[in-house]
Write a protein that binds this ligand. Sequence first.
Ligand SMILES: Cc1cc2nc3c(=O)[nH]c(=O)nc-3n(C[C@H](O)[C@H](O)[C@H](O)COP(=O)(O)O)c2cc1C
Length: 330
Amino acid sequence: MINVNTKYLGLNLKNPLIVGSSRLTGELNSIRKCVEKGASAIVLKSLFEEQIVEEAQSKLTKNNIDEHYFWFKEAEKKVMDLSFDQRMQLYLDFVLNVKTNVDVPIISSINCLSSKGWPAFASEIEKAGADALELNIGIFPFNTSSKSAEIENTYFDIVREVKANVNIPVSVKIGPYFTNILSFANGLADAGADGIVLFNRFFRPDIDINTRKLVANDNFSSAGDYKMPMRWIALLAASKLNVDLVASDGVHNYEAVIKNILTGANAVQLCSTLYLNGIDVIEKIHNDIITWMEKQGFNSLDDFRSSSLELQSTDASFERTQYIKRSFND
Ligand SMILES: Cc1cc2nc3c(=O)[nH]c(=O)nc-3n(C[C@H](O)[C@H](O)[C@H](O)COP(=O)(O)O)c2cc1C
C-alpha cells in the first residue's frame, strides 16, 4: 500500500501538496474545493502589514488597491472603511471559520515588514485555531544606506519576536534575493524558524506599451520555474540545516513535486497551477505521484526523499553557477 504521508512543521500531512497563499485561500469555497481535491494543508491568504498600518491608508487610493494589498478582493472597500481592530477581527473570524469548516491543517499567513505589532497578533491567530503560522517577509529597501546585515537582522527579529509569543510552529517564506542564502537560512533557524518556504514570487509590475502605463497582473509562474527553488532546497538539505523545507514557485505537476522530494523537501506549495489548470489539478498531481511511485517500487516518500543528495556531493551541479565544459573534448 503506497503511503504519501509527510511531516511539515510537526504537522502530519496526508500528502505533500499544500495550497500556497493566494486569493484562492482567502475564500472558504475555494479552500473547500482544494481540500476536496486532496490538498493536505492550506496556507491562508496573507494579512498584509500595509493593510493594517494606519500610515499606509493614505497610499491606498482606489487606483492602486489590488490583490497584492488585500487578502480577499471582494472585501477591499469594506476593509478600507474598517478600524484597525475591526480589520484584525475580520481576519481572526476568517481563520476560525476556515478551521471549523475544513479538516486539514490551516497555516495562517502574515506579511511582515517589521517586528512591530505582529507578535501580539500572532498569538491571537493561534487562539483563533491556526495550526501554524507562515511569515511572508518581503523587505525591499531602495536606498543607499540600508546594509544587507541590517535587513537580515530585521527578519531574525521578526522570527524571534513572533516565536516568543506563540506555541504553534512558525515558518518563514522568503524571496531569493539574499547574498548568502545558506548563512541567512541558518540565521532564521537560530532565530527559531521551524520551516522555510522557498521562494515567494514577488509582484512584478509590467508596462502596457499602448497606454504606457504600469499594469498589475496575476504574475503566474511557469512550469520550469521550479528549478531555482529546487536548487536551494538541495543545497540547504545537503547542509543538514535543522528546519523543514518547502518548495514554492513553479511546482505545476507531479514531476516537480518528485524532484523536490528527491532533493530533500518536506512538501511543496501549489499556487499558479491551480489558477492555470484548475483546482482539479491537485487530484491529478496526487494520482500521478502514486503511479510514479508504483512504477519505481517506492512505498513511501521517505523511500526516495533526499536520495539525490548523494549524487550532489559527488557531482556538485547544484553549486555550479556558470556553464563550463566538463572537458576540452565536449
Ligand atoms: C494571485 C496571487 C496572489 C498571491 N498572494 C500571496 C499572498 O497573499 N501571500 C503570499 O505569501 N504569497 C502570495 N502569492 C504567492 C504564492 O503563494 C506563491 O508563493 C507564488 O505564486 C509561487 O508559487 P507558484 O509558482 O505555485 O505560483 C500569491 C500569488 C498569486 C499568483
